[in-house]
Ligand binder design. Sequence first.
Ligand SMILES: [Mg+2]
Length: 263
Amino acid sequence: MKHAISCWEEISATITNGEKLVLLLDYDGTLTPIVDRPENAVLSPDVRELLKTLSENDSILLGVFSGRRLKEIKSIIGLECIYYCGSHGLESEGFESPVAEEALLKVQPTVSEVREKLSPTVSVFDGAFLEDKKYSLVLHYRLVNDAEKQNIRKSFEKVVKPYIGGGFVIKENKMTLEFLPDLEVNKGAAVNALKKHLRNAGVNSFSTVYVGDDETDEDVFRILTDGDVGVAVGRRESLAKYYLEDAEDVCLLLRSIVALFCL
Ligand SMILES: [Mg+2]
């Protein structure tokens, strides 16, 4: 893998090839550093300003693709007229989600049922908490004692096991386990849905840049094509062609894109 800033010339040639640049960014661990609790992940004023500048450029189509709920990521970013994808592809705004809303409504009673069962289990462990994302449940265990981490994972898996295979799966991310419907939707499917939406809208010539730090972002790197640019943050083992060290590096990349397109 190559460092994206060191290869800026190569990347800038690729992303100015089409009429438009489709710039898609993950949020946690990409636009913000990794933190103990999701509510502590805050956008720096610098990054917020860069996103605003990028969103106002006619040659750039900006999107934020997060695992968070759509309404949550929208309120955090606070920009109108950009694309949003929430819940790892289950929800979207600005383009049609790869999954129908009816399918999501159908899974909700089961998610509530599992939440009732999981809550007492999770509360036994100091530092662990369960996030209710309406269509899925996320166990956060970063703050649990190292000695107890394996135990909470096992307890979680024991409770959700009867539902796995029956339309639900477990998705693993950094110090989280997520119980969610198996709708064969992921961020990769969401990126493809956006690309299809753009082509239907007459935007045919574009290059896609996708920047993300987690396992769920690999689903995007897998579907990117030759004219696209995948950038993995904080990881060297990835399907992405390029990497960046951390959110600070991402800020530098955004600055370079602003300099290329907006100045
Ligand atoms: Mg992330």
